[in-house]
Design a protein around this ligand. Structure first.
Ligand code: 13P
Length: 126
């Protein structure tokens, strides 16, 4: 496994275009990180940023948020950028909450919107 630090990228459907645009702007910085993402998000970011090497996990509703939560618990994921949609009900809301809870328990930098992600990406270098 690479020794680079690992960031997890996730976006709800309404926010995927925004995350892909964010990743494009910061592609050179993200290239210094190991990147994991939930399935669909990873595909969208990969399309926008062909230079990045993204490990795609399961889609969020099928367990992807839980996989990333487990990786936070084991210390494999050290930063979380998650563009959430606060206006749409999610069938897997409990998984989303569990992920945010673990990011809080393990005290990793966590951005839930673009404004915060812009700050994190500038101040957290791998
Ligand atoms: O649902 C998600 C996060 O809760 C994201 O999953 P996808 O990237 O597979 O859409």
């Amino acid at each position: 496994m690479s020794s680079r630090k690992c960031v997890a990228l996730i976006a709800h459907d309404e926010k995927k275009a925004d995350l892909a645009a964010f990743a494009k702007v910061h592609e050179h910085v993200l290239a210094q990180w190991r990147i994991v993402a939930t399935g669909t998000t990873g595909g969208r970011v990969q399309e926008a940023c062909p230079s990045l090497d993204i490990t795609r996990l399961k889609s969020g509703p099928l367990g992807g948020d839980q996989q990333i939560g487990a990786m936070i618990a084991t210390g494999e994921v050290e930063m979380l950028i998650f563009f959430v949609d606060p206006l749409t009900a999610m069938p897997h809301d409990v998984d989303v909450k569990a992920l945010m809870r673990l990011a809080t328990v393990y005290d990793i930098p966590m951005a839930l919107n673009r404004a915060t992600a812009e700050q994190l990406i500038d101040f957290n270098h791998p």
